[in-house]
Design a protein. Structure first.
Length: 470
């Protein structure tokens, strides 16, 4: 049985394969869209400065290669049936294109999602017009077209420049029942006509995450069953909900899905959970939740959201797929140095992952902390980090000191997997001591931190400050 709140870092195909048949009530998910671009996270700091660099969050480009070939063969030969035939058909038309690679990746996962749903369960698959028509064919093949419920149009407004076409202002959410005869569905309502929209009284409410919402009391006399066109605002740059995750969706959208297709206590799965919009919506509505994402950054972002909005639940979230002890941390450092770095920066230190992935000047993460006021204005200090998963020498410590100076950082932490020599420790000590200007806190300016210490609850000395990963 699943815990009430679970986060899994890993590939959702493998992870879903480990879960039992018919164990999930609702899947609401927003996979990458085959948008042929990488998503970058704007790197903003607390001082509100403009993003001057970007950090790559995840890649949304698919190319036909060995993995696509293998998955394609699996679908045709092993799955067979409708989905095998559909994939073969699509292949004739699309050949070995990036779109075909994307669809094959999605088809294998849709097969798993179908298996996991209870007979009363539903899938809401969020996509955009670039691939929604192909995804619908695949969903028809896996779920059966009799189980197609709705093509929901999520319409929004946002600023764009003029082009030679109508502005693209909607996403598509495809809603399928596992079995429409036993489907769990709660009818939601909306005002009878747009004119009666604001008949009720205007009220300002605060949700459990402290976010203000302007709502209207219901005009119950003139309600009708809700349509499949949903007008919900897109998150704008001022929105309190925004954590900076590039494809973050509004919580109101996912709350509506969860209210319609599950009841309290139900298990909601999002296998492409990103920064956790579905999971936060499920938490608000007292559902159990399970989120899966490939990146340490996304899992770290969900953790930060939980700590910010539901601090009392911090210890009740089970996280798997991230190192659990020194041995697995060292194994990650050996097998996947980039993943190890991301984990150290976003999970262990809870620093912002460094933007300039290519030429990072020796800085892998930063943490900006408040140091009171200077001339009436808020002042900040900086702590920077570098991660060295493998061998390192005295000159690496020297280079990090230089990198700290170049970045004008107040403090630095050099994360390692092997014990430093006495010479290295002496070099670190030469950087001196930092004294916090307001708090009674001092620390060595340059700390060498052995990752094994994390598992005995020892962290580097760090000033207090709010954590923002993105
Ligand atoms: C469009 S985003 C989801 C955004 C999310 N709805 C939110 O509001 O933050 C898609 C996510 O899928 C993740 N992803 C892509 N391929 C994956 C895979 N094979 N397994 C698990 N997660 C994957 C990406 O890391 C990314 O976070």
């Amino acid at each position: 049985m699943h815990n009430n709140r679970t986060l899994i870092r890993g590939d959702n195909l493998e992870e879903m394969r480990k879960l039992s048949d018919e164990s999930v009530d609702l899947i609401a998910t927003d996979p990458p869209f085959n948008s042929k671009r990488d998503y970058f996270v704007p790197y903003r700091d607390e001082r509100g400065q403009q993003p001057d660099s970007l950090v790559k969050a995840f890649t949304d480009t698919w190319t036909w290669g060995e993995a696509a070939e293998e998955t394609c063969e699996h679908l045709i030969v092993e799955e067979g049936g409708q989905i095998g035939a559909t994939i073969q058909g699509l292949q004739v038309f699309l050949n070995e294109t990036p779109m075909m690679a994307y669809l094959v990746m999605m088809a294998a996962r849709i097969v798993e999602m179908h298996r996991l749903l209870k007979p009363t369960g539903s899938l809401y698959l969020h996509c955009d017009p670039a691939a929604s028509h192909y995804l619908k064919i695949i969903l028809d093949a896996v779920f059966g077209n009799r189980n197609f419920q709705n093509e929901i149009v999520w319409a929004y407004q946002r600023w764009t420049g003029a082009t030679n076409q109508f502005q693209r202002m909607h996403d598509i959410i495809l809603f399928y029942a596992k079995d429409r005869k036993s489907l769990q569905f709660n009818t939601l309502t909306e005002p009878y006509s747009p004119k009666s929209k604001h008949k009720g009284k205007r009220v300002t409410t605060v949700d459990s995450r402290g976010i203000l919402e302007q709502t209207y009391t219901e005009d119950t006399s003139r309600q009708k069953a809700m349509r499949d066109i949903w007008e919900i605002s897109y998150l704008n740059s001022q929105s309190k909900e925004r954590v900076g995750y590039p494809t973050q969706k509004p919580i109101a959208l996912y709350k509506r899905i969860i209210q319609a297709s599950s009841n309290e206590g139900a298990l909601v799965l999002d296998p492409f959970c990103g920064c956790g919009t579905t999971l936060m919506a499920a938490e608000e509505l007292d559902r159990r939740w399970l989120g899966i994402d490939l990146t340490y950054l996304a899992i770290g972002a969900v953790r930060i959201q939980v700590e910010k909005f539901f601090p009392q639940l911090r210890d009740s979230v089970i996280i798997t797929g991230t190192p659990e002890d020194a041995e697995t941390a060292l194994a990650l450092a050996r097998s996947n140095p980039a993943g190890f770095e991301e984990w150290c920066v976003t999970h262990v230190l809870k620093f912002k992952s460094n933007a300039k992935k290519v030429a990072d000047g020796g800085i892998d993460g930063t943490f900006t902390f408040p140091v009171g006021r200077v001339k009436g204005r808020k002042a900040y200090g900086d702590m920077v980090a570098q991660v060295k998963g493998g061998r390192y020498t005295l000159s690496h410590i020297r280079d990090f000191r230089t990198a700290m100076q170049n970045a004008q950082a107040d403090l630095g932490v050099f994360v390692v997997t092997r014990q430093p020599t006495r010479g290295m420790q002496d070099e670190a000590r030469r950087a001196g001591t930092y004294q916090h200007p307001v708090l009674d806190m001092s620390a060595p300016r340059l700390q060498i931190y052995q990752i094994q210490d994390y598992f005995t609850d020892i962290l580097p000395k760090m000033p207090l400050g709010e954590r923002v990963l993105l």
